[in-house]
Design a protein around this ligand. Structure first.
Ligand code: DX5
Ligand code: ZN
Length: 223
């Protein structure tokens, strides 16, 4: 199974966005993770549509948008037009997950459904047949640089088991507190899209950090 690194732009040096995006892209990183926060769904505000639109001109990476906003269906078209390739929405943030999935599909983007740590994984089971990705948060959403919650790993394993049982092919993304020291734990459980913010952009040697993850992925891809 192919495994993809999705470094979170939340931890980028915003005085050097173009430069640091080029560093990861040239290192062969396939995705860039874009954390959009509205100050309502989460107690923080990050960046939104104009920033994504701006960096789209500077990057050919897959834009993996993670919408931490209430009623995400309102903005699907704008994020798609800005350049999002994958749109992850939180199941807790909408009254109509099925409608949100339909809207994202209609836009032409891939659909990701996301759960916070306190949300049981069963909540998204009915939607798995209709999505391209399931995203398991391993920190409370809102901030980069938090500690990995190992108690969320069984959700990854459950999603991997359901994928097999139901003959589906969705990606399993994991986001929050991932480092070179704990990434094997989520890979062992069946994750194949790995978000890392501070463990990539927070490092002096950004390319080296990204390559460190991708070396580990190669071991798993060869299995
Ligand atoms: C948290 C965000 C994460 C975060 C990851 O709300 O969704 O993507 O930026 O950063 P690290 O890897 O530093 O936990
Ligand atoms: Zn995220």
């Amino acid at each position: 199974m192919a495994i993809y690194l999705s470094p979170s732009m939340l931890s980028i040096d915003f005085t050097k966005v173009g430069e640091q995006l080029a560093i990861v892209e040239q290192a062969g990183v396939p995705y860039i993770h874009l954390d959009v926060m509205d100050g309502v769904f989460v107690p923080n505000i990050s960046f939104g549509i104009p920033v994504i639109k701006g960096i789209r001109k500077a990057s050919n990476m897959v834009f993996d948008a993670h919408l931490m906003i209430v009623d995400p269906e309102r903005y699907v078209e704008q994020f798609r037009d800005a350049g999002a390739d994958i749109i992850n929405f939180h199941v807790e943030a909408t009254k109509d997950p099925a409608g949100c999935i339909a809207k994202i599909k209609e836009s032409g983007a891939k659909v990701g459904i996301t759960i916070k740590p306190k949300t049981p994984v069963e909540t998204i089971k009915p939607y798995l047949k209709d999505v391209d990705m399931a995203l398991v948060m391993t920190v409370e959403p809102g901030f980069g640089g938090q500690k990995f919650m190992a108690d969320q790993v069984p959700k990854i394993a459950q999603l991997a088991a359901w994928k097999k049982e139901m003959g589906l092919s969705y990606d399993i993304e994991v986001d929050g507190g991932i480092t070179l020291d704990n990434v094997r734990e989520v890979l062992d459980a069946g994750a194949n899209v790995i978000v890392a913010g501070s463990a990539v952009f927070g490092k002096e040697d950004i390319a080296g950090a990204a390559k460190g993850f991708m070396e580990i992925f190669k071991e798993y891809e060869a299995k």
